[in-house]
Ligand binder design. Structure first.
Ligand code: NDP
Length: 310
């Protein structure tokens, strides 16, 4: 019998208990799944939601791995008390949701949909948008989510440029890496999608210098992490017209405070970290599969590389 602790913010236990039990049962795993164990030393695995209360992993001295319910691990990766393997979430539900969000907002900026939606003023204002083939979209981060979004945008005929830490090769996507690669990508892109993890190497990647590389009036879509963008630099770039519009889903402080200038800037669309959500049914399958693998001496999938930070 394996003892599995479910540690996440209030309310998630009710959402995940049944799908997790079902996924464990389908793999014939004999699991005692609980949101609390009186003796932490009894715990073998920890299913973890990063907004939960657990910060000190030291008492869980017999735990074999922490399985994160979220794709982003920036809150965990530097935790000095966490020394056992850490996996992150890669699941089809997350991926499909992100592809839909990114596609919707890229198309909105591409077609300038707001022009019609917000201007029902009796003026027959004919402005024909360019075709996708004439629009360049950058996807910064070509991991589980970025790659899927880049591929989808390419199928819509956008000229897609991708940027990652290591060189990639994707059909229909021109791939770049390194600092020079970033400069080249930004200097050509009408719309920039941020799907990078938050690490020491990516914090403030969009700042006054890099925003200045963009063609004037470019749009930003950020479902990655808030701290990927220097907020003051973005507000200044929106003010000058260097950046024409921004759709922001993630912020340094969440919920975004009511007085934050993003809420009041007509060029900014704030969405409340809803770009994509871990889906309990598919995510539970990933968690159960990884525990099953580890118990059978197979490597777990989606292990976090602590030195890279994601
Ligand atoms: P992955 O770890 O699969 O991919 C990360 C990508 O970023 C990889 O292509 C990686 O390069 C690249 N990268 C990392 N560091 C650098 C760097 N220094 N320079 C250039 N490229 C870099 O992550 P996911 O695709 O699963 O998720 C991406 C992020 O999306 C998450 O970390 C999270 O912050 C965010 N997210 C937001 C959600 C929302 O609802 N708003 C929901 C889910 C995730 P390489 O390929 O070389 O490793």
């Amino acid at each position: 019998m394996l003892n599995v602790l479910f540690s996440a913010r209030d309310g998630l236990w009710g959402v995940y208990e049944e799908p997790l039990r079902k996924a464990f049962a389908s793999r014939n795993l004999s699991i005692n799944l609980q949101p609390d164990f009186s003796d932490p030393e009894l715990v073998h695995y920890i299913v973890y939601g990063p907004t939960g209360p657990l910060q000190d992993f030291t008492p869980y001295s017999n735990a074999k791995a922490v399985l994160n319910l979220w794709a982003g691990v920036e809150r965990l990766v530097k935790n000095p008390t966490l020394t056992i393997p850490l996996t992150r979430m890669v699941d089809t539900g997350l991926r499909e949701g992100m592809v839909e969000y990114v596609t919707a907002h890229v198309l909105r900026h591409h077609l300038d949909t707001d022009r019609q939606v917000l201007n029902q003023n009796g003026v027959w204002d004919v402005v024909i948008p360019p075709l996708a083939r004439d629009r360049t979209v950058a996807v910064l981060g070509l991991g589980a989510l970025g790659e899927a979004c880049a591929r989808q945008l390419a199928t819509l005929n956008f000229n897609v440029l991708g940027w990652s830490r290591r060189q990639k090769k994707l059909d229909g996507v021109s791939c770049f890496c390194g600092e020079d690669g970033l400069r080249e990508v930004l200097s050509k892109s009408d719309i920039v999608v941020l799907l990078l993890p938050l690490t020491d190497g990516t914090a403030n990647i969009l700042n006054a210098d890099t925003l200045a590389l963009l063609p004037e009036g470019a749009a930003i879509v950020n479902p990655g992490r808030g701290a990927l963008i220097d907020d003051d630099a973005l507000l200044a770039a929106l003010g000058s017209g260097q950046v024409g519009a921004a759709t922001l889903d993630v912020f340094r402080q969440e919920p975004l405070p009511a007085e934050h200038p993003y809420w009041h800037n007509p060029k900014v669309t704030v969405t409340p970290h809803i770009a994509s959500e871990t889906r309990p049914e598919t995510a539970s399958e990933i968690i159960a599969d990884n525990i099953h693998r580890n118990e059978n001496g197979e490597p777990m999938r989606f292990l976090v590389d602590r030195s890279a930070g994601y």
